[in-house]
Design a protein around this ligand. Structure first.
Ligand code: NAP
Length: 292
């Protein structure tokens, strides 16, 4: 078994981007600027947003954190988004999800300009991705693709099973793994909560990608000998042994599964850091697209 070390690869990507920032500075070119909008005070969301802002600072990108109260109305939030769309200095921005229950997430995300949608959630980005056109790929699936690429995992003709069909992970990674490209050209099966024979189908996978948010769901009997297993799950699980009172758990029971795999991502330190790296790549791409 070998680890697909997302923390290591994400650090490599950050160093590459930091180098690019220095080159741009020396040529007097625009420095990429990423903004993040956080509504409310959810601890996990604040942690995720803070690490995105910190990553920008580490590599020399500009960063702006816009914090709005939990009580903000949908129209006030949309006003903020329209300001970001018009702000020439902001190259890309993200709206940290989930939003409070009184806000219609889909309606809000429709206002994000596809030119600045570095999360790649806008229907225009998803449509272009489905058609194989150049666009911002959704950050988590893009991170998985980059990880597969950097570890030179063979995907053509492989049987890839994706568990989960969310619009931000399962659906886009299923599309990307079956496109005519590398990584891609896999034969993809997408499973969800209404699927039958989940164990049997997973056990046929050469590449198993799991994004359901159910800690330890994938056990050794669901994994083929020599499979590549990519665990997207991030769930906070109560743990008295930790100072924080919780630990982060993936969807795969790493300890029982790892010995059967050729490659496996750990949680934490697998797909999570790659998601942030993809956001940074997309922000750099946004600047470069404007220069074309
Ligand atoms: P989501 O929107 O809640 O979607 C979960 C998907 O899993 C749904 O398609 C659901 O099926 C399916 N599902 C749930 N229980 C299942 C079961 N027992 N068997 C088969 N399918 C099942 O979740 P998400 O946003 O994709 O996130 C999934 C996990 O990835 C979460 O732990 C999240 O925190 C994590 N995540 C991590 C990153 C990262 O950077 N590493 C980024 C995003 C998300 P239905 O469609 O039928 O309901």
């Amino acid at each position: 078994m070998q680890l697909m070390d997302g923390s290591f690869v994400a650090q490599q990507i950050k160093e590459e981007l930091a180098h690019e920032v220095l080159t741009r500075k020396s040529k007097g070119m625009k420095i990429p600027h990423l903004a993040a909008v956080l509504v409310g005070e959810d601890g996990a969301s604040l942690t995720y947003v803070s690490s995105k802002v910190k990553s920008c600072e580490q590599i020399g990108f500009g960063s702006t954190l816009i914090q709005l109260p939990e009580s903000v109305s949908q129209s006030q939030l949309i006003e903020e988004i329209e300001k970001l769309n018009k702000n020439q200095d902001i190259d890309g921005y993200i709206i940290q999800l989930p939003l409070p229950a009184h806000i219609n997430e889909k309606a809000v995300l429709m206002h994000v300009s596809p030119d600045k949608d570095v999360d790649g959630f806008h229907p225009e980005c998803i449509g272009k991705m489905a058609l194989g056109m150049d666009t911002f790929l959704p950050a988590t699936p893009a991170g998985i693709i980059e990880l597969i690429k950097r570890y030179q995992i063979e995907t053509a003709g492989k049987n890839c099973v994706v568990v989960g069909r969310s619009h931000i992970v399962g659906m886009p990674i299923s599309l990307l793994m079956q496109r005519n490209a590398y990584p891609g050209n896999a034969t993809v099966t997408t499973l969800h909560s209404k699927s039958s024979n989940i164990k049997e189908v997973c056990a046929q996978a050469d590449i198993l990608i799991v994004a359901i948010g159910k800690p330890g769901y994938v056990t050794a009997d669901m994994v083929k000998e020599g499979a590549v297993v990519i665990d997207v799950g991030i769930t906070r699980v109560a743990d008295d042994a930790k100072k924080s009172g919780f630990r982060i758990a993936g969807d795969v029971d790493f300890h029982s599964v790892a010995h059967k795999c050729s490659w496996i991502t750990p949680v934490p330190g697998g797909v999570g850091p790659m998601t942030i790296a993809s956001l940074l790549i997309n922000t750099m791409k946004s600047v470069q697209l404007k220069e074309k």
